[in-house]
Design a protein around this ligand. Structure first.
Ligand SMILES: N[C@@H](CCC(=O)N[C@@H](CS)C(=O)NCC(=O)O)C(=O)O
Length: 226
């Protein structure tokens, strides 16, 4: 095994794997991308590498696995600290706030986003949609007038939230709703444009139609799509 061998177990459609791919791109780290189809079968390497959750992404660095997307992003930021661009802020208060917002995104907001996609029936979907939109207003206020949550370039919160932009596009298309637009969330809309155009991001964001197709083909797993 060569020194600094980096392998990522992920999939092209996984928002959590996007986080890791974006972080590796920010740091200009070359890696081997092993695609997993977690809905069909998990590889032995994945099961051995993430025996607790058995989920992607997993980063394997010099043979040692690291699990959970945000843990991996923090690891990448520390290991390739001298690489271009720091992902987490260096100021302790800014760093704590960035962690606060990523906890909010994963533990609170994403649950509503996911429920908007999966909920059965109009009432349940409307409720999840409302909660998702309220959360986006909170995030819009946290963004303020900056281009990125990280200031003038992509940082930890941008990676944590931006990974869901493709999924947001799928939900908007399939559920015939708007989540980010120029009326309700003009700052987030601009942020989404800056984020999607960034060199570390633009080549890995999947095409919305292709992603919709992929979700539709798993219709028995992703319930509630009519
Ligand atoms: N909290 C985890 C979430 C990872 C996750 O849910 N990954 C999905 C794919 S997007 C997965 O592997 N699902 C398969 C399963 O739950 O069995 C992280 O941030 O890495």
């Amino acid at each position: 095994m060569s020194f600094n061998e980096v392998k990522l177990l992920g999939s092209w459609q996984s928002p959590f794997a996007f986080r890791v791919r974006i972080a590796l791109n920010i740091k200009s780290v070359a890696y081997d991308f092993q695609q997993e189809d977690v809905l069909v079968a998990k590889s032995d390497l994945l099961l051995q590498s993430n025996p607790v959750h058995k989920t992607i992404p997993v980063l394997i660095h010099n043979g040692r696995p690291i699990c959970e997307s945000l843990v991996i992003v923090q690891y990448i930021d520390q290991v390739w600290a001298s690489g271009p661009g720091s992902i987490l802020p260096s100021d302790p208060h800014d760093r704590a706030m960035a962690r606060f917002w990523t906890s909010y995104i994963d533990d609170t907001w994403f649950k509503h986003l996911n429920a908007t996609l999966l909920s059965q029936g109009e009432d349940a979907r409307r409720k999840s949609h409302d909660e998702t939109s309220k959360g986006l207003l909170v995030l819009e206020a946290a963004l303020g007038c900056q281009n990125f949550f990280g200031g003038d370039r992509i940082g930890y919160v941008d990676v944590a939230l931006g990974c869901f932009l493709p999924l947001i596009s799928v939900i908007e298309k399939e559920c015939h709703i708007r989540l980010i637009d120029e009326f309700k969330t003009p700052k987030l809309l601009k942020w989404a444009q800056h984020f999607s155009a960034d060199a570390a991001v633009k080549d890995i964001l999947p095409d919305t139609d292709e992603l919709c197709e992929c979700y539709r083909s798993h219709v028995s797993v992703i319930k509630g799509w009519g």
